[in-house]
Write a protein that binds this ligand. Structure first.
Ligand code: TRP
Length: 325
């Protein structure tokens, strides 16, 4: 029996190369070894206000990006969260298990709620409970997530353990999956910050749908550190970040990259990096264009059905354990 993995992304904002290198690339690589569930979490998206037409389009666009990146619907289940109503149902149950104090400690709530709990939506507060439901419904073994989601995963385990203790063994406890090559890509404008969908400075991230000119301009404008050598160096986070992007895209070792640019200057390096990124994005964007809405829907629909079978089983067990069914 293959172990099961579950991950998801919100259909908000435009995906950037950091999302690809940090998450999607791993999702694709994990498909053989694991039984994978990749979800488009549109119910999470509405924890902040969304334009309805924009959300509908972004949902299909995100599926297009998963598929273009190489997520393969014959091996992995790709689905939209709202197509499986058990996610919302289990969220209610788990919100009776989770504690206010636990949720109040979630740093993402403090960030996204901008410290103003009085004005924040209740859904933003219970966001991690919905995420726990996502994971627990599938009896997930491993969850590939970035550093910023570790706290949510811890909470998910705590909720599952409490439920199991109080109502009998029902949920598998999921572990975080840490990718072998850690790839936390930073902003091109501020290497102390993660490359982010919500960055106000468009030059901070290379979007997966950026054209060649835009990519080249953004890389030329990327901040660099003082110094001249092209090297991985903790004291020079900007050049290290750019070099990481190069390394992961070319699948070279760190040593090979450093050797390759030995004696070369920043200008030369940036030109070659821009070419590498453009060469990677070109076929990717072609694949994105090939998936029309009908094709996407014909993949998401059976994905939702397959997911729902498993989710309904788990929810049935939960209701029996609680005395509801
Ligand atoms: N909260 C995650 C993020 O913002 C998205 C997400 C929702 C998720 N449900 C999940 C990730 C379940 C992993 C597993 O990145």
């Amino acid at each position: 029996m293959k172990k099961r993995i579950f991950s998801g992304a919100q259909p908000t904002g435009q995906l950037h190369i950091g999302n690809y290198l940090g998450a999607l690339k791993n999702w694709v690589a994990l498909q053989d070894e694991y039984e994978a569930f990749y979800c488009i979490v549109n119910l999470h998206a509405i924890t902040l206000p969304q334009d309805p037409a924009g959300l509908r389009k972004a949902t299909l666009d995100l599926a297009r990006i998963y598929l273009a990146a190489g997520v393969d619907p014959s091996r992995s289940t790709i689905f939209i969260q709202s197509d499986v109503p058990e996610h919302a149902e289990l969220t209610w149950v788990l919100s009776c298990i989770a504690r206010m104090g636990e949720l109040e400690r979630m740093t993402q709530f403090k960030d996204k709620g901008k410290g103003n709990a009085e004005r924040a939506g209740v859904g933003l507060f219970t966001y991690p409970v919905l995420m726990a439901a996502d994971i627990l419904l599938y009896q997930t073994d491993l969850v590939p997530v970035g550093q910023d989601q570790k706290q949510h995963l811890e909470l998910c385990r705590d909720i599952a353990e409490r439920f199991n203790r109080d109502y009998g063994e029902t949920f598998k406890l999921p572990d975080p999956y840490i990718p072998p090559v850690g790839a936390s890509i930073k902003s091109l404008q501020d290497p102390e910050k993660k490359m982010s969908k919500s960055d106000e400075n468009p030059n901070g991230s290379i979007l997966l749908l950026d054209d060649a000119d835009t990519v080249t301009k953004k890389i030329k404008r990327a901040v660099t550190d003082s110094g001249t050598t092209i090297d991985f160096d903790e004291t020079r986070p900007a050049i290290s970040n750019l070099l990481s992007i190069y390394q992961i895209l070319t699948e070279k070792t760190r040593h090979e990259c450093v050797e390759h640019f030995q004696g070369k200057g920043y200008g030369h390096f940036k030109t070659e990096l821009a070419e590498t990124v453009v060469e990677f994005l070109r076929p990717f964007q072609e694949r994105v264009r090939e998936f029309d809405d009908e094709t996407i829907k014909s993949i998401l629909q059976p994905g939702g059905e397959r997911a729902r079978e498993i989710a309904a089983d788990t929810l049935g067990d939960v209701y029996v354990a609680l005395g509801i069914e």
